[in-house]
Design a protein around this ligand. Structure first.
Ligand code: SF4
Ligand code: SF4
Length: 720
């Protein structure tokens, strides 16, 4: 049985161990790079957005009809000889399958890969019943021999090297194995498995689709083993989650357009198998196969009715949310999921395998949105992960101290700002007159020392505003600045540096003083009520500004204001119009300068500095602003030097970097390695949080690349 630590301390220890596994990291990195390319090629020329929307809508419309679809499937499948079973729980499903085996006089079982069978721990159950079970997917067979769970939903043994596999095969077969002779290892597997196929009395499979209007099962595989499993033995049992029910073939084919492309970058899997009813079978005494289909609920009906989490049931198990996740890439699936792996695993674990297995897992998310960007079913995975955190906390009935503090402090702007000012005084003895805190006090875990930290500014932007605000008598438009905590209290110079550009373009700028933290830290800590409360304060603060635009230099704030405020307030009709008026005006700096002000190269001196760019997660995926920052660099006369993985998270993630410093440090290291290798003199980004992380990391490693906000770089290059 798999166990995932419930406490963060033990979990962090396991993560640290995983980070030592350089083979794993290299393998997952190579795979991620190849996957990115092959996925892009596979979807070339297709309208992916419409396809995602169609899959989401088809799956969503099936969810409220699960029982209706099940009844229809049952009627149709029974009419062609299938026997339908229903299991409310994993245990019940396992017992049904064991009973079918007992009644059928089964001794040997072969299996094709099924995440649903992993979910119920079917193999363990059948083995306890005295049955011999053999997995036939090569990767599944390997991990079965090692007595471990899959580390990826599609490639279960991706964490293993050929040396480990050779050692394993040598132990199992008693034959020496050469790790470089992969062909021989495949032959050994084939020989062993072929015997298992021929000797098996029962084949167990999962299914990708259960098509209601024909009673047909659909299976999507690459190795052909599922065909042998479902056709050779006299009994076939399919274990199918209720979420696999679809009304018709058209829906299955729509999903099939995306599933292999998104899973492995293939236009179509090597084998797509459709099974309707109990067919002829030479191995069966009656001449006809026994076909049993076991539908598993195990919380799916409840999930389908849950207004927040029902979208998790759209999942088609392509595994892509793991492929692109920067944390998965570092630590692998055994440390990034329980049975289900990757972003969807963080969510489903709490529901299918208990909060004790999900407690630490749900915290291990940077909210980088890479998973959401590739999900073919359009599942808002980061949003659900935050809600899963809340679900876990609610189920446990207690809140960590951090949450209690966030609740108390964030709701009260004056108290919050008072404490931020006091933080400056507290840091003073440690930092002296330096802008960076290079050595943390001893009570800090040494894992946090991977970056220098900025000191809180003695004069926040709000205190300087009267002095620095542009005095525009005949403005062509009005802008209200949304500072966010970092620009206001740590980096006021970032905002100040763009004011001359705005002034030059006759833009009147206001800084509404009642604004406060955007509320993202509260949402990240699953404190939804606090996040909602803060959202209301901010909307009110900007309502009287008369601004045409609400401009922010912080990608995280911008994305939160625009994307999450509607999720927090959208169900309240009283807020609908005020919310739209607010979110409709929010804009990031690069888009504002390039698309609204249409700034021109003549305005800039053009330094020609070799400049690398880090794309903040909340800008490129949250706000979907991709080209504008690069255009801005070009207009302002910088020499843009591309670096690999520009859009991969820098590891900041707000409080994430405090909770999981080892992961944060490794992501930061990779980012800075890439930037230095690209030969950059300057590294710019559009988020003060990323500046904090990147500048702190560069300082700590003694690097020579200057790190600054894109606004600072562009503002400094403005002609007088
Ligand atoms: S959540 Fe989306 S990306 Fe992840 S496995 Fe499911 S369908 Fe694929
Ligand atoms: S939001 Fe980012 S860190 Fe979190 S699960 Fe998705 S890809 Fe991984």
């Amino acid at each position: 049985m798999i166990r995932t630590p419930g406490d963060v301390k033990t979990y962090r220890k396991e993560l640290r161990e995983a980070l030592q596994n350089t083979f794993l990291r290299q393998t997952l990195d190579n795979f991620a790079a190849a996957y990115r390319e092959s996925r892009a090629k596979a979807f070339e020329g297709m309208d992916l957005e419409s396809l995602i929307a169609e899959i989401a809508s088809r799956k969503d419309s099936a969810l409220p009809r699960l029982d209706e679809l099940l009844a229809e499937f049952k009627r149709n499948a029974e009419s062609v000889g299938a026997v339908i079973h229903e299991a409310a729980t994993a245990q019940e499903a396992n017992e049904i399958i064991a009973r079918i085996a007992r009644e059928g006089g089964v001794r040997k079982v072969i299996k094709s890969k099924s995440m649903t069978a992993e979910e119920t721990f079917l193999n363990d159950h059948l083995e306890r019943e005295g049955l011999q079970v053999t997995e036939t997917d090569l990767g599944e067979w390997i991990i079965q021999l090692r007595r471990e769970g899959p580390s990826h939903m599609v490639m279960p043994a991706i964490h293993l090297s050929r040396h480990q596999v050779a050692e394993l095969f040598a132990r199992v077969t008693g034959e020496p194995m050469d790790p470089d002779d992969i062909e021989k290892m495949v032959k050994v597997a084939r020989r062993t498995l072929r015997r298992a196929y021929l000797e098996a009395d029962m084949g167990v499979s999962g299914a990708n689709f259960a098509i209601a209007d024909s009673g047909t099962l659909g299976l999507v595989t690459n190795e052909g083993n599922a065909r042998l499993v479902t056709t050779l033995p006299r009994i076939h049992v399919a274990l199918v989650g209720l979420d696999k029910l679809v009304p018709d073939l058209e829906t299955a084919l729509t999903i099939l357009k995306a599933l292999p492309r998104n899973a492995t970058g293939q236009a179509i899997s090597t084998y797509v198998t459709w099974i309707t009813g109990a067919v002829e079978c030479a191995a069966a005494p009656s001449g006809r196969k026994e076909l049993h289909i076991v539908f598993l609920d195990n919380g799916r009906r409840a999930l389908a009715k849950n207004p927040v989490f029902s979208q998790a049931l759209r999942c088609v198990r392509c595994g892509a949310c793991a492929n692109v996740c920067p944390i998965y890439r570092l630590v692998g699936g055994h440390n990034y999921g329980h049975v289900y792996i990757g972003a969807i695993g963080l969510i489903l674990t709490a529901f299918y395998h208990g909060v004790e297995n999900a407690r630490a897992l749900v915290l291990n998310c940077l909210n980088c949105q890479a998973c959401k960007a590739v999900c073919p079913a359009g599942i808002d995975l980061p949003h659900l992960i935050k809600n899963a955190t809340r679900h876990v906390l609610d189920r446990e009935g207690r809140r960590p101290l951090k949450n209690v503090l966030l609740r108390t402090v964030l709701k009260d702007r004056k108290l919050f700002h008072f404490l931020l000012r006091k933080a400056y005084l507290a840091q003073k003895p440690l930092a002296g007159d330096e802008p960076l805190l290079r050595h943390l006090p001893l009570f800090f875990d040494k894992a946090h020392g991977f970056r220098s930290l900025p000191v809180v500014n003695p004069r926040p932007l709000r205190d300087r505003w009267d002095r620095v605000r542009p005095d525009e008598k005949a403005p062509r438009m009005r802008v209200a600045l949304f500072g966010g905590c970092l620009v206001d209290f740590v980096y006021p110079e970032q905002a100040e540096s763009v004011l001359p550009i705005l002034e030059k373009h006759a833009v009147a700028v206001d800084y509404p003083m009642d604004q406060t933290c955007c509320g993202l830290p509260a949402l990240m800590a699953a404190e939804k009520e606090t996040a909602r409360d803060v959202a209301v304060q901010n909307i009110r603060a900007f309502e009287d500004s008369g601004a045409d635009w609400i401009l922010t230099l912080c990608a995280s704030c911008g994305s939160h204001l625009k994307e999450n405020y509607p999720k927090l307030l959208g169900d309240d009709p009283a807020w609908k119009e005020r919310l739209q008026a607010f979110t409709g005006k929010v804009i990031d700096l690069s888009s504002f300068l390039v698309k609204v002000l249409k700034i021109q190269p003549e305005d800039f001196r053009g330094t020609g500095a070799k400049t690398a760019y880090h794309a903040p997660c909340h800008l490129c995926r949250g706000l979907k602003v991709v080209e504008e920052p690069r255009k801005l660099l070009d207009i302002a006369g910088f020499q843009y030097v591309p670096a690999p993985d520009e859009d991969v998270c820098c590891g900041f993630g707000g409080s994430y970097s405090l909770e999981f410093p080892e992961i944060s440090a490794e992501l930061l290291k990779r980012k800075l390695d890439h930037v230095e290798a690209a030969g950059a003199e300057l590294l710019v980004t559009d988020c003060p949080g990323c500046v904090l992380q990147l500048r702190g990391g560069m300082d700590k490693r003694g690097g020579r690349v200057r790190v600054c906000h894109i606004g600072e770089a562009v503002g400094e290059g403005l002609k007088d």
